[in-house]
Design a protein around this ligand. Structure first.
Ligand SMILES: [Zn+2]
Ligand SMILES: [Zn+2]
Length: 98
């Protein structure tokens, strides 16, 4: 947290004022909950744009969701495995890679 905010909080909430402190904590909790719901919605409804990272992972460059290995052969660029096999049905690479 930045020093400015710490200074501001020290002035606004001296250690002896319990009620205001409790209210502020509740207010922050409500905001966090609301922000998490908004974040969840944005990720859940993202039309993912899958890119290959420098590490070879498939990741959405909009919301950051990780999808495992980037696949050169499948149309969605994700590796797909069919139980009990551990090799991608498109590129043949194993699920466990270095
Ligand atoms: Zn996404
Ligand atoms: Zn694959």
């Amino acid at each position: 947290m930045s020093r400015n905010i710490i200074g501001f909080m020290k002035r606004k909430f001296p250690p002896n004022i319990a009620k205001r402190r409790a209210e502020k904590i509740k207010e922050i909790d409500d905001k966090i909950r609301s922000l998490y719901i908004q974040r969840y919605y944005l990720i859940d409804t993202c039309r993912h744009n899958i890119i290959k990272t420098s590490a070879g992972d498939a990741r959405c460059d909009i919301c950051g969701t990780y999808f495992g290995w980037w696949c050169p052969k499948s149309s969605d660029h994700l590796c797909h495995y069919k139980e009990p096999d551990e090799w991608c049905i498109y590129c043949g690479q194993p699920e466990e890679r270095k």
